[in-house]
Design a protein around this ligand. Structure first.
Ligand code: NAP
Length: 248
């Protein structure tokens, strides 16, 4: 059964990792996919080719989610190309890890802008067509680090905690217009973002995770599928963990 037939979904930061996996799963369920990337146009083109073989409409846009004007232009371009946007996945994100003692102002600002302000930018632009349609699902990619903090990631944890506040506020403001907003808090998911961690670090994570394995991109994408579909029509303002039970 295809859950997203006739829907159009925007996924930010889909050139690799979790975003790419999300775009594939949503396309497999019949959704038209608009996606963004920033520094990997070749990977964007690759994804566009791959998804067009699935038989859905797909278009990649080079767009910096942290730039307010660029986000407004992105939404108006997608509206011109696809005619509507049913759901948005604010997935684009970066890390610039350092202990607070050594963290520069630039490292802090860059992460807040790419991870948190980006979600504000895209959400603010997309609610205009969603308000007109009186429907929409906004899905923000937070992290368990935004719930519990993490040494060496004060900037990243603050950005991900901020996304939770943004999510709950948007849910309260727009629920009466049938626009839902939820956050996903992944734990340790195997992607390029986590590939640079050493073997010992990965072993430590696996020991701490009750399900005794790292998460996969599909573990996260399957929750996005549910939240973007009408099956989650009575769910809003929630933070749902995909972390193998790590944070309870
Ligand atoms: P990733 O492999 O590093 O991919 C990040 C994606 O975001 C790339 O497609 C990148 O595009 C894009 N991006 C970065 N800055 C952007 C910007 N300003 N505008 C548009 N696109 C931008 O990361 P990931 O592991 O898949 O993580 C995806 C999301 O899940 C992030 O928000 C991350 O914080 C969150 N998360 C990940 C984990 C994990 O264990 N991996 C855990 C919790 C939460 P380019 O390559 O084109 O620059």
């Amino acid at each position: 059964m295809k859950l997203l037939e006739d829907k159009v979904i925007l996924v930010t930061g889909a050139s690799r990792g979790i975003g790419r996996g999300i775009a594939k799963v949503l396309a497999g369920h019949g959704a038209g996919i608009a996606f963004t990337y920033l520094s990997s146009p070749e990977k964007g083109a690759e994804l566009e080719n791959e998804l067009s073989t699935v038989g859905v409409k797909v278009k990649g846009y080079r767009s910096d989610a942290s730039d307010f004007g660029a986000a407004e232009k992105l939404i108006s371009d997608i509206m011109a190309d696809f005619g509507k946007i049913d759901a948005v996945v604010n997935n684009a994100g970066i890390t610039r890890d350092n202990l607070l003692m050594r963290m520069s102002e630039d490292q802090f600002d860059e992460v807040i802008k790419a991870n948190l302000k980006s979600a504000f930018n895209v959400t603010k632009a997309v609610i205009k067509p969603m308000l007109k349609a009186r429907a929409g699902s906004i899905i923000n990619m937070s992290s368990i680090v935004g719930v519990k903090g993490n040494a060496g990631q004060a900037n990243y944890a603050a950005s991900k905690a901020g996304m939770i506040g943004l999510t709950k506020s948007v849910a309260l403001e727009l629920g009466s217009r049938n626009i839902r907003c939820n956050a996903i808090a992944p734990g340790f998911i195997e992607t390029e973002m986590t590939a640079s961690l050493g073997e010992e670090v990965v072993k430590g994570w696996n020991e701490a995770i009750p399900l005794k394995r790292p998460g996969t991109v599909d573990d996260v994408a399957n929750l996005v599928l549910f939240l973007a579909s009408d099956m989650s029509g009575y769910i809003t303002g929630q933070v749902i963990h995909v972390d193998g039970g790590l944070v309870t």
